[in-house]
Design a protein around this ligand. Structure first.
Ligand SMILES: [Zn+2]
Length: 494
């Protein structure tokens, strides 16, 4: 997909297809000189109710005299336009162009009082790139239509709103979108295609492409190092666990180090505490946190991130077998702390614990972990909002703000010390889990024990957001790549 920019397409030859956005309401045509030549047509459509400008409403109009298309896409009530809506609107534009089997299209980036022209362009480009991707399938007889669109030119009437370096904005939005797509593709891979070893292969291509330092522990080194959390989770499977770290030096010497830690359970059966069969297939996406980390590491070089960034991915398959770890076991983690196992389905926190310990060996100033950690977080915040746990104001505000800018919701959750009591164990330093209530908080409190107090730490529970259960302008149900854009935005802003 080639994305271009042109500030003044109206004075050139007639374009084959142009997308315009329109908000709802009586003033929707005010200050829209770029629509001057279509004003009468649009006014008629609005007057007859043939087009209302409702959110994601689409109306393609064909003009045979010029053999060209005008595609109207509604943005809805402008009071309600939030970044997420502009993001989806970008995807909707590309979907509309593809559904007309066009090879080339033009998208007029919307100008809205709530957004700077740059923000709007960035969101629309990012959304367009996500929308242009069709999901891979394994059908031997593929009969679904292929996306035809090859080139999209974005433009905005420059005399109305100036964008500094629009080509750079487009290229950076595209890099971030490509990264998100990479996380989405990894999450969509069936678990028989993606096990920890296969994940490492993908990580090494990312490392080579970006000249990142890479280090991998295989199962014997995981054991030798004493990473008992990761080892325990992976020991029930014939497909061995791996611990991977990637290191990006940053563009400025002596800058801060941000470590990202991802949960990479390539399939989570629940282990001996087996999950119910219904919905278990979705557990191939339980590596989404590690996919987010890998995708971010793939983009930091091209985005020239100032700070040093380290990506740690703890990878294992959680399976029941005669070798599997058991409830009642006591394990020793990489930090040296011992843990009494309560439930083998609460495996994510065990491998993250070792990942967090490893991350601190890189002298990280900040650690952000990303994980599809608890069903409790999905229950609490749903599919459109992730949990954000952090006592560090800089990280909490920065990540929430970055999420708002890219259209991803993160809601601050409490790390209530009152609940720490519940993790007390008679056998080990502490228990792996406690009661079901407050499950997302309990998991976060468990992780907190593996981070030194002088390190800024944030935990992102993406259990609800990592997967879309419904079709959207970004495509059918499946992995979402949620978190990649927010983390990249955050890394580029500090
Ligand atoms: Zn689990």
């Amino acid at each position: 997909m080639l994305f271009k920019y042109n500030s003044d397409i109206l004075n050139g030859p007639i374009k084959p297809a142009t997308v315009f956005y329109l908000t709802q309401g009586p003033d929707s045509l005010k200050d829209r000189p770029e629509l001057a030549s279509f004003r009468l047509t649009i006014q008629q459509l609005l007057a007859t109710g043939a087009f209302k400008g409702e959110y994601l409403e689409k109306l393609p109009l064909y003009f045979p005299e010029n053999d060209n298309w005008l595609i109207m896409i509604g943005l809805g009530d402008y009071e309600k336009i939030i970044p997420h809506r502009l993001h989806e609107a970008g995807a909707a534009a590309v979907n509309a162009l593809n559904s007309l089997n066009l090879k080339e299209g033009f998208i007029c980036s919307p100008l809205l009082p709530k957004f700077t022209a740059t923000q709007a362009l960035e969101l629309v480009v990012h959304g367009a790139r996500l929308g242009a991707e069709s999901r891979y399938n394994y059908k031997t007889n593929a009969d679904e239509p292929v996306n035809t669109l090859k080139t999209v030119t974005f433009w905005n009437p420059e005399h109305l709103s100036f964008i500094a370096k629009p080509k750079v904005i487009i290229s950076r939005a595209q890099i971030a979108a490509e990264a998100q797509l990479q996380a989405r593709r990894l999450a969509d891979l069936p678990a028989n295609y993606l096990d920890p070893v296969a994940f490492v292969e993908v990580a090494s291509t990312v490392a080579q492409r970006n000249k990142l330092q890479m280090n991998v522990w295989d199962e014997s080194q995981i054991e030798a190092e004493g990473a008992g959390g990761l080892l325990a989770v992976g020991q029930g499977s014939d497909r061995p666990p791996r611990m991977v770290s990637l290191e990006y030096p940053g563009t400025v010497r002596g800058s801060k180090t941000v470590a990202l830690v991802g949960k990479g359970v390539t399939f989570d059966s629940g282990g001996l505490c087996l999950k119910p069969g219904e919905g278990m297939g979705q557990m191939k996406t339980d590596m989404s946190g590690a996919a987010v980390v890998l995708a971010v590491m793939d983009a930091v070089t091209s985005l020239k991130v100032t700070n040093r960034v380290v990506g740690v991915m703890a990878l294992a398959e959680n399976m029941p077998s005669h070798k599997a770890y058991r409830p009642g076991d006591v394990i020793s983690t990489l930090s040296g702390q011992t843990v009494e196992i309560v439930n083998t389905d609460a495996e994510g926190r065990l491998l993250l614990a070792d990942g967090l310990t490893l991350a601190q060996r890189f002298q990280a100033d900040y650690i952000i972990d990303v994980a599809t950690l608890t069903g409790a977080c999905l229950v609490a915040l749903g599919e459109k909002c992730a949990g954000l746990f952090s006592d560090n104001e800089f990280l909490r505000n920065g990540l929430q703000r970055s999420g708002q800018l890219v259209g991803e919701n993160f809601w601050p959750m409490p790390l209530l010390s009152e609940y720490e009591e519940d993790l007390k164990s008679e056998l080990a330093d502490f228990k792996q889990a406690a009661t079901r209530s407050g499950g997302a908080i309990m998991a976060a409190l468990f992780l907190k024990r593996f981070v030194k107090p002088n390190v800024g730490w944030a935990h992102l529970d993406i259990a609800g957001t990592a997967r879309r259960s419904r079709k959207s302008p970004f495509g059918p149900e499946g992995g979402s790549g949620f978190g990649v854009s927010t983390i990249l935005k955050f890394l580029c802003s500090i």
